[in-house]
Design a protein around this ligand. Structure first.
Ligand SMILES: NC(=O)C1=CN([C@@H]2O[C@H](COP(=O)(O)OP(=O)(O)OC[C@H]3O[C@@H](n4cnc5c(N)ncnc54)[C@H](OP(=O)(O)O)[C@@H]3O)[C@@H](O)[C@H]2O)C=CC1
Ligand SMILES: O=CC(=O)O
Length: 326
């Protein structure tokens, strides 16, 4: 008999089809994981789960008697309660590395879009407002090249962003993490500093740290007030790292100039969220890794991790080694 697995929200089609040859796979899209009877029945029988953003806590694990592995199709794993998983002997895995350049391209694109006001001026042209050959200086943007780029979270993706800034745009790089990253200092002359110094000295503040209890609400009123009034704030990490009302207030009070946001506290963001009415805010729907090529690589890596876990092998990208029993 085939082992039972759950595919949740996102597994690219060719990868899912391949998994279906070896496993009895049920696919669920945005299921109510606490109440959907079909999901809960599948969960009771599943030995593995692969997918995106499944909220996993002790309550969910209490239904999952046969579960061995949860394979995230994402590098972030703030959706997983790893302590509860380890207590239940369930391995968790993620997809680091295969998405770094793609996410860095997206975040750098959002940064340029915010600085040069590209979405706003796109609407200006398309709405027939471009009526004199030379636009007036109300529509000018800000330089990107040679400006200081401050990166909070100089990990795999942070470094790919630094590389673009340093080599492509001659930007001096500041960074803040809990421990110094000598490789980034050597590769991009990046300068390690406190969060306060980074906020005070950067023209672009780019947040790329994972969501953890330490980083939840990391950027709020005090941090926006430390930034330059000309600063542009970019969030590519997770929405809850920023206190969104404080960001709204900082933009209204001209504490900072603009923002570029790929992530929100609630996703999808509510259509009447005040940030969506601000022309100086560039938004995208959490698309950092969303290219055909990269999503397929992530699904392939996640499938490999899942199969290792199901076959009693240690998954390459195991994130809670305490759950490894062999
Ligand atoms: N928008 C999107 O579509 C995407 C978003 N992401 C987000 O990006 C995050 C980073 O991914 P990735 O680069 O692969 O992860 P890494 O683990 O490689 O890097 C994380 C970095 O954050 C630093 N960090 C961790 N905690 C703190 C803290 N409290 N203060 C400051 N820095 C901290 C780490 O350094 P140290 O441990 O020394 O502090 C490390 O440099 C993911 O967790 C995810 O949330 C990822 C992919 C796509
Ligand atoms: O946000 C995406 C991820 O891979 O993490």
């Amino acid at each position: 008999m085939k082992k039972k697995i759950i595919a949740y929200n996102r597994v690219e089609k060719p990868v899912l089809e391949k998994l279906q040859q070896s496993y009895d796979a049920r696919f669920f899209q945005n299921a109510d994981t606490k109440h959907d009877p079909a999901f809960l029945t599948a969960l009771r029988e599943a030995e593995g789960i692969i997918g995106l953003d499944l909220p996993v806590d002790a309550d969910l694990l209490a239904h999952a008697h046969k579960l061995k592995v949860i394979s995230n199709v994402s590098v972030g794993y703030d959706n997983l309660d790893l302590d509860a998983m380890s207590r239940h002997g369930v391995m968790g895995t993620n997809t680091p590395g295969v998405l770094d350049d793609t996410v860095a391209d997206a975040i750098f694109g959002i940064l340029i879009a915010a600085a040069r006001r590209i979405p706003e001026l796109d609407q200006f042209v398309k709405n027939g407002k471009w009526q004199s050959a030379a636009i007036d200086n109300d529509h000018f943007g800000h330089n990107v090249h040679h400006k200081t780029l401050g990166i909070i979270g100089m990990g795999r993706i942070g470094k790919a962003i630094a590389k673009r800034g340093y080599f492509g745009f001659d930007m001096p790089i500041l960074y803040h993490t809990r421990s110094p990253k000598p490789d980034a200092e050597e590769a991009f002359a990046a300068e390690y500093c406190s969060l306060e110094t980074l906020l005070q000295e950067s023209d672009f503040v780019c947040l790329m740290a994972p969501l953890t209890p330490e980083t939840e609400g990391l950027i709020g009123k005090r941090e926006f007030q430390l930034m330059k009034s000309s600063a542009i704030f970019i969030n590519g990490s997770r929405g809850p790292t920023v206190i969104e009302q404080d960001l709204v207030d900082a933009l209204k009070n001209n504490d900072i100039t603009a923002a570029g946001l790929d992530v929100f506290s609630q996703e999808p963001v509510e259509p009447d969220h005040p940030l969506l009415n601000m022309t100086q805010v560039v938004t995208t729907p959490h698309i950092g890794s969303s290219t055909h090529e990269t999503e397929e690589k992530m699904s392939e890596l996640a499938a490999k991790n899942l199969e290792s876990g199901l076959n009693g092998e240690k998954p390459v990208n195991l994130i809670n080694p305490e759950a490894w029993k062999f």
